[in-house]
Design a protein around this ligand. Structure first.
Ligand SMILES: [Zn+2]
Length: 537
């Protein structure tokens, strides 16, 4: 990956535009014994970038944390698809000196943004989580697990070991990373990301660099631009809206897998996703996670009048289809793309019981909201890709339906559990008023119902959704319990947040969640909800 060399110094110097020098990434051939370096010194392009445009994601919001330090072993164990056999191990903890092909790699320090590589700060742990989430989105169409947990072995076609840290001075301290092209299949499964060269470990840049280097490991060449057959730029920079992961996507809104001419020639068209999913890598696309037609539609998760689902659009032909019944009235659905670094541009389609289209929503924005007034009946909501190459990735779907005339099956999630614990009783928190639900029972006066809903997505991952609290709430703490009496904080989110994924659902027969609403006067606890994991092992 290219490095962004001068950014660190210039950013500290003041608010003038930064001259960012981009230098060639490393290109190593996977052929045994043949190592082919891209030229290391001549800049291929110069980009003027205003400091203000550097996106920092949420890492900046974590600086308000108390600044506690954690041992390097405190990296959260994250998995994007624990069941997948193929792994990308994101290793933030540093690595010993080692030989690497014909090179001698010196010791790699741990991922570091605060100048202390011996510990992880709260900010660094938040950055790690964000980097994992961003890389997970990139590889979500494929049957591969992006994880921070060491899989132990790194044989050919098993696992990539991505070591993230330091400045790579042992090979070239102007590069963002180094990987053997095709190394996953040939067994050269160690790759390096020199995060110190990526604006001091900035999560967005580090994530794009990882996605790019892993692309090389899976056999991809650079996406390039040509004019009349003559190479213009080895790294296709796309537009401000989208650019190839295998080109230069640092400054685009979306970094996408691409279908275009690669560095081997103007007529050598590289279909990135087909290469990654090819037999030589062996893992292929992720299996369909939902039915594709009204004949095999999946049910939506139902909690009162709130419905939800979660899934992945693996290809532009994917049409995840969900069935539901509603009473007459206005129903609405919101399809959201990934929180960090979304690739997906999605489309929502509402179908009636015979499969005829009732409404379609496919605007220029990546997510969509569809609202429709309908007669009572059975309907289908379909999530699909907008359809351009690269419009793939993860989504969450939430919606509101109208209570059916005769209440059917009760929600599988069950009700309140009033072991209200450390509740500094507060008199000034008004009850929630924004809920449109009519069916969720309000429990005792000290509890507020926000239609909290918990659904297992995959083993150890749960999607939590809830309604907006009233305006006095300043932030929300999400808590989890496995015994119904002791509660552990699993997330601190803003008052505007309405969903969260718990990536560390413990193995237990039941898992309870609740929200602690914090207002200026104190705290209030919502009713808890119980989730029963489908997979217990
Ligand atoms: Zn490259």
């Amino acid at each position: 990956m290219r490095s962004i060399l001068s950014a660190r110094r210039v950013r500290r110097a003041g608010n003038r535009p930064t001259v960012t020098t981009l230098e060639p990434r490393m290109l190593l051939s996977g052929s045994p014994g043949i190592v082919e370096d891209a030229p290391a010194t001549s800049p291929v392009s110069v980009i003027l970038q205003p400091v203000a445009s550097i996106s920092t994601g949420t890492s900046s919001t974590t600086t308000s944390n108390n600044g506690s330090l954690h041992p390097l072993s405190d990296v959260p164990l994250l998995h994007s698809d624990p069941a997948a056999k193929a792994k990308i191990f994101l290793d933030f903890g540093g690595a010993p000196a080692q030989s690497w092909g014909t090179y001698n790699a010196s010791v790699t320090p741990a991922y570091d943004v605060d100048g202390d590589p011996t510990t992880f700060s709260d900010t660094e742990l938040a950055d790690i989580q964000q980097i994992w989430a961003r890389v997970s989105e990139k590889y979500s169409p494929f049957n591969i697990d992006v994880t921070t947990q060491n899989p132990g072995s790194f044989g050919a076609r098993q696992a990539m070991h991505e070591i993230i840290g330091g400045d790579g001075s042992w090979i070239n301290s102007s590069w963002g990373g180094a990987t053997y092209v095709g190394g996953f299949a040939t067994g050269q499964t160690t790759s390096f990301i020199f995060s110190d060269n990526l604006t001091d470990g900035e999560p967005h840049y580090v994530s794009e660099a990882i996605a790019h280097e892993m692309g090389h490991a899976f056999g991809l060449q650079h996406q390039s631009t040509y004019s009349n057959g003559v190479l213009v730029d080895e790294y296709n920079g796309g537009t401000s809206q989208s650019a190839p992961i295998m080109g230069n996507d640092y400054y685009a809104v979306r970094g996408l897998w691409w279908n275009g001419p690669d560095i081997l020639g103007a007529n050598d068209i590289q279909n990135d996703m087909a290469v990654i999913a090819s037999l030589s890598n062996g893992f292929g696309y992720r299996p369909q996670d939902h039915g594709q037609t009204i004949a095999n539609a999946d049910s939506l998760n139902l909690n009162g009048t709130a419905v939800s689902a979660q899934g992945i659009i693996e290809t532009t032909a994917d049409t995840d289809t969900f069935v539901f019944s509603t009473g007459a009235g206005a129903i609405s659905f919101e399809g959201d793309v990934a929180q960090y670094g979304p690739m997906l541009d999605l489309k929502l389609t509402l179908l009636n019981s015979t499969g005829n289209i009732v409404a379609v929503q496919d605007t220029a924005s990546l997510g969509e909201t569809l609202t429709q007034t309908v007669p009572a009946g059975t309907y289908y909501i379909q999530v699909a890709s907008h359809g351009s190459y690269g419009d793939v990735g993860q989504y969450t779907l939430i919606g509101t339906i109208v209570p059916a005339p005769q209440p059917v099956a009760p929600p599988t999630t069950t009700p309140p559990q009033v072991s209200a614990q450390p509740t500094p009783p507060t008199n000034s928190t008004p009850a929630a008023t924004t809920s449109t639900s009519t069916s969720t029972p309000k429990s005792s006066s000290t509890l507020i119902s926000l239609n909290l809903n918990a659904n297992e997505m995959t083993k150890h991952r749960a999607l939590l959704t809830w309604d907006a609290p009233d305006g006095t709430v300043i932030r929300i703490i999400v808590q989890r319990s496995t015994d119904g009496s002791t509660w552990k904080n699993v997330g601190h989110v803003s008052r505007r947040t309405r969903r969260m994924i718990d990536h560390r659902v413990p193995t237990a027969s039941t898992v309870d969640y609740r929200l602690v609403l914090v207002n200026r006067a104190g705290q209030h606890i919502t009713q808890s909800i119980q989730m029963m994991p489908l997979t217990v092992a």
